[in-house]
Write a new protein. Structure first.
Length: 353
């Protein structure tokens, strides 16, 4: 009887201890709720543990070919054979602009060897576009006042126009807007892409559109503003789209393969998520992310597009929230408005075209 009483007391004590432990655990859990896992700042391009909230952006009934064309349609080949090679100065300046030890004196010495280019730059610098109080009479001062990227953008325009690839007003505005945004994002995203590279890509990414508009039959109602639909119609009409053709042209100009590939693939982020593109284009994924976002931002600034065209993954990859107002920041919108205004002016008013 006594043994039974002791056993009962032991069981009762164990039950009490268990209840006490349970109460302590519950109280502790309420006082210290589990921390929520913070969202990753950087996008992983090697795992499948994250589903983009805008993955439906890539649910499309048509996508461009990823394979580089083995040959061009005969009429396209004939057109390209008559286009001059762009000045080697472009490639040389591009490499200089990415040099951390760059200095205005060396760059100005390189530019002034070409009198026509020097004249063009000074004419642009002293135009109403910049609204400078004092007249600039030499390239060194122009570089000091406006910066390397701005001078390089002017040079890109002069060199392409010189070989007959002068853009329409709309294309001039778009290339300059894209270039300005791309250089800004290269600086603020801090993902290791030189500003000079993005200036080049911003100015040249749609260079083949000029060729198509000048030398190939156009749709009766014009091309649609939707960039995806335009690519599709170009391919159906010409057998190649302007991005792929731009890559071909850049290679024939002996531009670095990294730039040529970026031009060729600059619309890919509108069709495939970052993880997939990174697996195939790891060497240019940074340039593609910056350029594609800049391209879309420029079109949205001009109110040509609405809605998302690129998934959140590309924005997060360059350390930006997936909102257009995180791209079109006040520090660059003044320059963007100036570009738009100048592009919409008559040539006699602007004094620069």
């Amino acid at each position: 009887m006594e043994g039974t009483t002791i056993l009962s007391l032991v069981i009762y004590s164990l039950i009490c201890v268990a209840i006490l432990v349970l109460i302590v655990k519950i109280a502790t859990k309420k006082a210290n709720p589990p921390l929520k896992k913070a969202p990753a700042r950087y996008v992983s391009i090697s795992s499948d543990d994250e589903v983009d909230t805008f993955m439906d952006v890539y649910d499309l009934d048509w996508k461009p070919e990823k394979e580089r064309p083995e040959s061009l349609p005969d009429n396209i080949e004939d057109i390209l054979s008559n286009i001059e090679t762009i000045s080697p100065l472009i490639t040389e300046l591009s490499s200089r602009l990415d040099d951390p030890d760059i200095n205005p004196k060396d760059i100005s010495k390189l530019i002034i060897t070409d009198q026509g280019l020097t004249s063009f730059i000074l004419k642009r610098v002293n135009s109403p576009f910049y609204g400078l109080v004092q007249k600039v009479d030499n390239i060194f001062n122009a570089i000091v006042i406006l910066g390397y990227n701005e001078i390089y953008r002017i040079i890109m325009e002069e060199r392409t126009s010189k070989i007959g690839l002068k853009p329409s007003k709309a294309e001039w505005i778009h290339s300059n807007l894209t270039s300005t945004i791309a250089a800004y994002l290269a600086s603020t995203s801090r993902i290791g892409v030189p500003g000079g590279t993005m200036v080049t890509l911003g100015m040249l990414h749609d260079i083949a559109k000029i060729i198509m508009e000048r030398s190939l039959p156009q749709p009766e109602k014009g091309f649609p503003s939707d960039p995806r639909q335009r690519l599709r119609e170009e391919y159906e009409l010409y057998g190649i789209d302007h991005a792929a053709l731009g890559g071909v042209l850049a290679r024939r100009w002996r531009m670095p393969e990294k730039l040529s590939k970026s031009i060729e693939r600059h619309h890919w982020p509108m069709f495939w998520p970052l993880r997939e593109i990174a697996q195939e284009s790891s060497d240019v994924i940074k340039e593609l992310a910056l350029l594609s976002i800049s391209d879309i931002a420029a079109r949205k600034f001009m109110q040509e597009l609405e809605g998302p065209y690129i998934g959140n993954d590309y924005y997060r990859y360059i350390n930006k929230p997936p909102r257009i107002d995180s791209i079109l920041m006040p520090e660059i919108t003044r320059d963007l408005r100036r570009i738009r205004h100048l592009g919409q002016m008559d040539e006699t008013e602007s004094g620069v075209k």
